[in-house]
Ligand binder design. Structure first.
Ligand code: SF4
Length: 349
């Protein structure tokens, strides 16, 4: 069945054949706590014959989300600890997040901001809150980059986005505007000339960071949406989450990173999954992640290599996880090549 609008309730998911009757009660309990939305493009991608379909796993709720482990946190990457005014997260000196909206076209079951997004989330910034957020950016000349995230900023209308961009245009010290979004993949039809014009309306250099986790998400329609963005001068980079049962094998990861590069999206970050509540069924260990990322070296082009990172729980920023190819060894260094061979590199001088 091809849905024409997003599926948002357990009943709609059951009607579409994504939830078996015996699972419905568990999914209804999940829906009381976390938002649900599967866009028509993603619903059409789900293979009903595959009980482990990696697209379904990302978007169809699972009763496992009701299990919260002691290490999980409502605000896993510490946004609130670094929020000087509503809608702004100022974690690093030269950049801020501007969270204008907490709505998404899909709700990912592993979302790190799942306590903030959705109909019961933090909503859209009010006009006075938006004024304060812009006043904060204007008053901090060290802010070189503004990252619009949320939620998904590309769910805003071109008119609303243009208003935001025009306000950024007036702040000289902001040079880069970055948008973090899933829209080109999950709602590619939304990426039209009006939207692209809005993204560029600040006159600043515009980057779009595309969130996708499985190569099947890069459909012809998604690739065409990315081409429209790139052709009109927007630089695209990727961000993905390493997820058990979705992309935790070398072939899938390699194909995903190649698909990005083929689409003119430079692989940027591969996130280790955050400690978001009810997401332990998606998490693998750091060691497993390192082994997977190490397997990409040599296997696919340098252009395709993402940086594997951990957002340190509590808001302490990002740390590069590795893999570690070089270790100190009695004054020299031992360097591992992509086949596992070891070589000595001499000390300086
Ligand atoms: S699109 Fe991003 S913010 Fe929205 S649910 Fe998915 S991971 Fe969370």
């Amino acid at each position: 069945m091809n849905a024409l609008r997003p599926l948002r309730t357990p009943a709609e998911l059951a009607e579409a054949g994504f939830v078996a009757p015996e699972r419905l009660a568990g999914i209804e309990a999940v829906a009381e706590r976390y938002a649900i939305a599967i866009s028509p493009a993603m619903a059409a991608l789900i293979d009903h014959n595959d009980p482990n379909d990696p697209i379904a796993r990302q978007f169809v709720p699972d009763a496992a989300e009701l299990t919260t482990t002691p290490e999980e946190r409502d605000d896993p990457i510490g946004d609130l600890a670094h929020s000087p005014v509503e809608g702004i997260v100022h974690r690093y000196p030269d950049r801020v997040l501007l969270k204008a909206v907490h709505v998404c076209p899909v709700y990912c079951r592993f979302c790190f901001r799942r306590e903030m997004v959705g109909p019961q989330g933090l909503g859209t910034l009010s006009a006075p809150a938006m004024d304060k957020a812009f006043a904060y950016i204007a008053a901090h000349p060290e802010i070189w980059e503004v990252i619009l995230t949320g939620g998904d900023p590309l769910v805003l209308s071109p008119r609303r986005l243009t208003e935001i961009m025009q306000r950024l245009a007036a702040i000289d010290h902001v040079k880069i505007v970055r948008f973090h979004t899933r829209v080109p993949v999950v709602e590619p039809e939304r990426v039209d000339q009006d939207l692209i014009a809005a993204l560029k309306a600040s006159g600043k250099t515009a980057y779009v960071a595309l969130h996708a986790n499985h190569p099947r998400e890069l459909t012809p329609e998604a690739r065409a949406a990315c081409a429209r963005l790139v052709d009109l001068g927007i630089v695209m980079i990727s961000q993905s989450v390493l997820l058990k049962g979705v992309n935790d094998d070398p072939d899938t990861l390699a194909t995903l990173m190649r698909a990005f590069v083929e689409t003119r999206v430079k692989p940027y970050y591969l996130h280790h999954p955050d400690l978001a509540p009810g997401t332990s069924h998606f998490r693998l260990s750091i060691e497993e992640g390192r082994t997977l990322v190490a397997s990409l070296r040599g296997r696919i082009s340098g252009l395709c290599q993402p940086t594997y990172i951990l957002d340190i729980p509590g808001g302490h920023g990002k740390a590069v996880i590795g893999p570690d190819a070089i270790r100190e060894n009695g004054g020299c260094h031992t360097v591992s090549d992509f086949r596992g061979g070891e070589h000595t590199y001499p000390p300086a001088g």
